[in-house]
Design a protein around this ligand. Structure first.
Ligand code: ARG
Length: 565
């Protein structure tokens, strides 16, 4: 059982109903420093009830409490400090990890309910941007974290596969397109066409007209337009898929914006029936003044539907299809207004479940301290960047461990992990500067640093020919605090996962795993793990447990753990 619970119980026993054990649990604190013990109970809140000073209460209570499950108990000022029996705690934690392995920390909070994650969602014919990368990486991790808490994650790629840009694209293709070129490099080629037509349209309004006409044809189901749309979409998807494969991410659904083409009439009908649609200069809008938001435009004056109309249809579809407990949208902060409107409209429609929709926003990435801009040429092209990360990792492996088997595979795990980790370790609302060199470094707060800590443990365990031994009586006679720091961290893993989930913040877990890796490296520097003393088996089991949690933390971040690197 969790030590805080034990502390709460032994205190409650002496308080005869003055405070329940749950209430006491809430009051428990962590002492400022390790000399003051491991758990502290402040007595201030009892002073009134017991008509005594907090100091006296602390002294009296500390004498009464059953000390048998602790190393000692001390009253210090208005606090009672509990010193845990470190060997007992260590045995409990380590045996539990040995026993449960990666499922240590699993909780069944979700009870098998679905959590949908709207993620990645790049736009066809526009570049797969770094924002889409962030969305992919953050959401994938949140999905793993929720899965660990007993939910079923449903990863949905809400592809930007519909809209006026297709009118532009078809027009451009008709004018300047080259089938072979598109087949060879669809995203590049379509982007070139898209950029070109946008530039030319600035001086040639005729092109705009044509594009509008093509999009109208597309919306009306014109065969030629649809065939081109399908082709652009298919070719682009093949290329996106290559990126997802490299990143080791997959989706339960690729239903993008186009999927909702036939599902928007219902939304418009519903809004009309509920009396929420207002005419405004020929367009149909929903007024959101009472939410302090701009009106949501549902239909343009020419009858065209909008981004938000599709999102309304998607929200309803997801509720019906998945009956989600939560519906998470991992999309850049610049769309926060959009998601506020989306939730507000659904709320107005009477859907209480709109409260279960969460926009998990994130900040912007810069490069060399400057904003990214396709126009100014400050761009990060995703696929070559991933390849370069792998390449750089391979170089480092060749320096450090040239005889390693499966070098290419390990380099991929390291390079891709490096990009993901760097993204995930920052609080998501903060952006970061994209610096490949820092990302793939084996030093610093990086993915490779954490992976390397695990690989080092694996190599020690191999050397020792280590086999797990269930229910080992552990003992740590070395009086250093190094192992205690590790044990405290291992003990904190389940609550850390929970906190990361509650805040939709994988960075909490990434920071945790950096701590764990650093703490292990300190242990490794100070303690001779392989020395043939009676504690050898305990030390090996401890580092084995550390490796289990390093790997599990990385897995929850969507990152692989090579056994050797
Ligand atoms: N395709 C959009 C973009 O690149 C992101 C879509 C986000 N998801 C959503 N359901 N609106 O900006």
């Amino acid at each position: 059982m969790n030590e805080k619970k034990i502390v709460a119980q032994v205190i409650a026993k002496e308080l005869n109903d003055e405070l329940t054990s749950d209430k006491i649990y809430e009051l428990l604190e962590s002492p400022k420093n390790i000399e003051m013990g491991d758990i502290a109970f402040p007595t201030f809140s009892l002073a009134k009830k017991l008509h005594k000073s907090p100091q006296i209460i602390a002294t009296e209570l500390a004498e009464k409490i059953d000390v048998s499950s602790f190393e000692k108990i001390e009253a210090t000022g208005s606090y009672i400090n509990f010193f845990l029996d470190k060997n007992a705690v260590a045995s409990d934690v380590i045996n539990e990890i040995v026993d449960k392995s990666g499922s240590y920390g699993n909780q069944n909070i979700g009870q098998g309910r679905n959590v949908t994650l709207d993620m990645s969602s790049p736009n066809i014919a526009k570049p797969f941007g770094i924002g889409h990368l962030r969305s992919t990486v953050i959401a994938d991790s949140i999905a793993f974290i929720y899965e660990k808490l007993g939910y079923i994650p449903v990863r949905i790629n809400h592809l930007g596969d519909w809209g006026k840009q297709f009118g532009m694209l078809i027009t451009a293709y008709e004018l300047w397109g080259d089938e072979e070129a598109v087949k060879a490099h669809p995203i590049d080629e379509l982007l070139k066409l898209y950029v070109k037509i946008n530039a030319e349209a600035e001086t040639n309004p005729q092109l705009d007209e044509e594009a509008r006409a093509w999009f109208l044809k597309l919306e009306n189901g014109d065969k030629e337009a649809l065939a081109l749309w399908q082709w652009f979409r298919d070719e682009s998807l093949i290329e996106f898929q290559r990126i997802y494969d490299k990143m080791n991410v997959s989706f339960a659904s690729m239903n993008g914006e186009a999927f909702y083409n036939d599902k928007m009439d219902e939304i418009v009908d519903l809004l009309e029936k509920k009396g929420l649609l207002i005419e405004s200069q020929g367009a149909s809008i929903v007024d959101l003044q009472k939410y302090n938001l701009n009106p949501a435009m549902i239909k343009k004056s020419d009858g065209a539907t909008l981004y938000i109309t599709r999102d309304l249809a998607a929200a309803l579809y997801r509720k019906r299809t998945y009956d989600f407990a939560k519906s998470i949208y991992v999309v850049g902060n610049e769309q926060s207004g959009h998601f506020k409107q989306l939730k507000a409209v659904l709320k107005e429609m009477g859907y209480a479940w709109s409260d279960d929709m969460v926009h998990v926003a994130f900040g912007l990435v810069t490069k060399d301290g400057k904003k990214l801009s396709t126009r100014k040429g400050n761009v990060i092209l995703l696929e070559p960047t991933i390849d370069e990360a792998i390449e750089r990792s391979l170089k480092q492996i060749n320096d450090k461990n040239p005889k390693l088997a499966n070098k290419e595979k390990v380099a991929t795990q390291v390079g891709v992990g490096a990009i993901k980790f760097y993204d995930l370790k920052t609080d998501r609302m903060n952006g970061y500067d994209f610096n490949l060199e820092k990302m793939v470094s084996f030093e610093g707060e990086t993915g490779p640093y954490v992976q390397y800590a695990n690989a080092r443990i694996q190599s020690i365990l191999r050397k020792a020919n280590f086999k797990v031994n269930l229910n080992l009586q552990l003992s740590f006679l070395e009086n250093g605090s190094e192992h205690w720091e590790l044990i405290t961290l291992l003990k904190d893993f389940p609550t850390t996962v929970k906190r990361a989930a509650d805040k939709y913040e994988p960075s909490i877990l990434a920071k945790y795993v950096i701590n764990l890796a650093q703490s292990f490296n300190r242990y490794y520097a100070h303690v001779r793990i392989l020395d043939e003393t009676s504690e050898r088996e305990s030390r090996l089991t401890l580092i084995y447990a550390v490796s289990v949690i390093l790997k599990e933390s990385l897995r929850l971040l969507g990152i692989e753990s090579p056994e050797e690197m």
